[in-house]
Design a protein. Structure first.
Length: 310
C-alpha cells in the first residue's frame, strides 16, 4: 500500500492516482485541504518509527506503507489557512494544520519506506550554486556563471560572454531572460538582490525525468528563451520523446542518487556540436506537463518505484 500526499486535483497527484488505479495498487490519499479531519501519531519501537495515520474514520499503521509520493504545498498557502480581511478564518484549524504538517514531515525524514521525496533532500534546490556542485560532480558541463549584486561585475562578465541570461539563485520560480540593452540600463537594481548571470548556451532544450530506475527524456522545440513561458513571448512549444545517449543517462541517474532525489526533473541543453550542459535539478517536478504532451508514462514509473517493482 502506498500513500499519496498533496491536493488530489493537481495534475501530478491526479496522474499518479490514476496510475495506481490502473495497476490495481492499493493507496491512501492524504488531502492537504482536509487537514482538519486528519491526525498522525508517532512512536519509536525498537529503534524504528511507527505510528497511526487517521483520516476521517479510517486508520492505518504507518509501517504498512511501502512508499510515499509527496507533493505538498506549504500549509500557510492553503486557502483554508490564509488570512482574509476579516482575519484568520479558524485559528484552531490553522494551528492543527501546522502541527500536522510538522509531524508528518518529521515522520517522512525517519521512515524507512520509499519516499519521493524527503524535504531535507529537496532543500538542495534552495541554492542553485550549492546544487551546481553536485551537477559538476556528476560530470556535467555548466555555463560560465556569475552571482553578484555589483553592476560593474555584470558588465565585465558580459564582455567575455557576449550573450547572457539571468535568473534567481533560489528555489523561487523565475523567468529566464536575456540581458538586453534595456535591462543593462537598469543594472543598479541588482544591488538589492544577488542575481545569477550565465552565458547563453545555444542548442536544444531537453528535460529529463528520473523516476526510480527509469529515465524519460523530452526534447522541447521552441525558439523562446524560457520555453515554459513561450506563449508570453509569442512563440509556440512542441515536445517529443528523446533517447538519451547512454553516457548522459548514467550521469542523470548518478545526479539523482547524489541528491537523494528518486524523482527529479533535470534541465539539459544540447549544443549543436554535441556538448551537453546541465542547468538545474527540480526536486518536485510537474512531470504531468511533459507526460500529457508526449505520452511518456512517468506516473506509472512513480508507482513502480513506490511499490518496489522498479
Amino acid at each position: 500500500m502506498i500513500l499519496l500526499c498533496g491536493i488530489p486535483t493537481e495534475p501530478p497527484i491526479r496522474l499518479v492516482t490514476e496510475a495506481a488505479e490502473e495497476c490495481g495498487c492499493e493507496y491512501v490519499m492524504f488531502n492537504q485541504r482536509m487537514a482538519e479531519s486528519t491526525d498522525i501519531c508517532l512512536e519509536i519501537i525498537s529503534g524504528k518509527v511507527d505510528g497511526i495515520l487517521k483520516i476521517g474514520s479510517s486508520k492505518w499503521s504507518l509501517r504498512d506503507f511501502s512508499g510515499v509520493y509527496m507533493r505538498m504545498m506549504d500549509y500557510q498557502d492553503l486557502p483554508e489557512n490564509k488570512p482574509s480581511r476579516q482575519g484568520i478564518h479558524n485559528p484552531e484549524q490553522v494551528l492543527h494544520s501546522a502541527l500536522l504538517h510538522n509531524v508528518f514531515n518529521n515522520w517522512l525524514e525517519m521512515a524507512d519506506c520509499r519516499i519521493m521525496n524527503k524535504s531535507s533532500s529537496m532543500n538542495s534546490n534552495m541554492s542553485k550554486p550549492f546544487q551546481a556542485q553536485f551537477i559538476i560532480k556528476a560530470g556535467f558541463k555548466t555555463p560560465n556563471t556569475l552571482i553578484t549584486n555589483t553592476p560593474d561585475e555584470v558588465r565585465k562578465f558580459q564582455k567575455t560572454n557576449k550573450k547572457i541570461i539571468y535568473k534567481s539563485i533560489s528555489s523561487e520560480r523565475s523567468i529566464v531572460k536575456v540581458l538586453g540593452d534595456v535591462k543593462l540600463n537598469e543594472l543598479n537594481t541588482v544591488r538589492h538582490l544577488p542575481t545569477q548571470f550565465q552565458e547563453y548556451i545555444p542548442g536544444e532544450n531537453i528535460r529529463v525525468h528520473v523516476a526510480g530506475s527509469e529515465i524519460f527524456a523530452t526534447k522541447i522545440l521552441s525558439d523562446a528563451t524560457d520555453y515554459r513561458y513561450a506563449n508570453d513571448e509569442g512563440f509556440e512549444t512542441d515536445m517529443v520523446p528523446f533517447e538519451l545517449p547512454s553516457e548522459i543517462e548514467k550521469k542523470c541517474k548518478f545526479l539523482s542518487k547524489c541528491l537523494n532525489l528518486p524523482l527529479c526533473g533535470i534541465d539539459l541543453k544540447k549544443k549543436p556540436d554535441g556538448d551537453c550542459y546541465c542547468f538545474e535539478v527540480n526536486p518536485s517536478p510537474a512531470y504531468s506537463y511533459y507526460q500529457e504532451h508526449t505520452g511518456q508514462n512517468i506516473s506509472r514509473a512513480i508507482i513502480n518505484y513506490l511499490i518496489g517493482n522498479d
